[in-house]
Design a protein around this ligand. Sequence first.
Ligand SMILES: Nc1ncnc2c1ncn2[C@@H]1O[C@H](COP(=O)(O)OP(=O)(O)OP(=O)(O)O)[C@@H](O)[C@H]1O
Ligand SMILES: [Mg+2]
Length: 364
Amino acid sequence: MHLKKIKLTNFKNYPTASFEFDDKLNCIVGNNGMGKTNLLDSIYYLCMGKSHFSLPDMNVVLHNEDFFRLEGHFQLSDKKHKLVAKVIPGKKKVIENNDVAYQRLMEHIGLFPVVMIVPDDTRLATEGSEGRRKFLDNALSQLDKEYLLQLVRYHALLKQRNAALKQFAKSKTFDYKLIKTYSEQMAQPANIIFEKRKEFVANWLPEFLKLYALISGESEQVDCKYVSKLSEADFMYLTEEAEEKDRILARTTVGIHKDDLSFQIEAYPLKKFASQGQLKSFVLATKLALYEILKSTKNCNPIFLLDDIFDKLDKHRVKHLLKLLIDKEIGQVFITDTHEDRVVDIIKEFDVSHKKFVIDRSEV
Ligand SMILES: Nc1ncnc2c1ncn2[C@@H]1O[C@H](COP(=O)(O)OP(=O)(O)OP(=O)(O)O)[C@@H](O)[C@H]1O
Ligand SMILES: [Mg+2]
């Protein structure tokens, strides 16, 4: 799968811009704040129907404009796809594939697989569980339509259950029957999501361990476990047990919305003991392993968006990483860097087809 060209209109700091890409490696260089990350985000947006940074669309549209539009020309095996996103914040967004609009955005997810790595991803290890669940959800949504369907169902019910709990707290009443009905409806999507997350982690973990060893040159041992209360007891038992707590706190305190991944380095929690370079290696291995799984499941090379990945990595790790990217027959890659020289030096070492883009919007 390749993105041949993209056209941006009113997307973040781009009033209008077009780029024609190389099928292999694209290096996007420029000073801070020029729009390198924004360009990667526009590619991500076309593939996933939203910004990678969980931004509401009104923050994506260029300041003082009321719409944005993205047009991407993709090649998927031997078929051409023109993807167009037309977005007016506050209105239903339109995504068209070869001039046909999707009824639901959900139909689009997973057709154009993409993996993006950004500097902030180290928060996956260092911060709360939300980012790690997002990683699982992003991965599984692209891999499995049923997962996304059940996830949407679960969250809609969770919202209703929480609203009811809040209402009861306010009115100082409690309808056990209604809460139990919500729990019963949530049990099925919860179980499906739990099983699918468990299966995904089981497939992803060996890849992750292998890749971490390759990137770090086997300098340290890491591990990861999927943590979910559903592995201890069934959903109905858990919600009944937590009913009193839910009533007092006026929110649903158990369920798959509390799941987590626990990462360890040399048997200690990663978040407390990893160095910055180790964290970066960890992020790379996490996402590269996802790339591998998407690639084998989808039978195509996802687009790989690497934002500022060389920063904080020592020379050895950069070399290991690039060798890995090139040896593994990774498809189309987009790399951003503020140091043009660093990118040029790296490319010289590897004989790979590429294109360089210098982003300088200071004159615009
Ligand atoms: N909705 C928007 N409208 C206009 N400008 C925006 C919008 N959103 C972000 N920007 C601007 O885009 C610029 C940041 O672009 P981006 O993050 O892509 O830079 P970068 O080249 O990746 O920089 P760095 O090297 O620091 O990572 C900032 O100047 C920011 O103000
Ligand atoms: Mg950036």
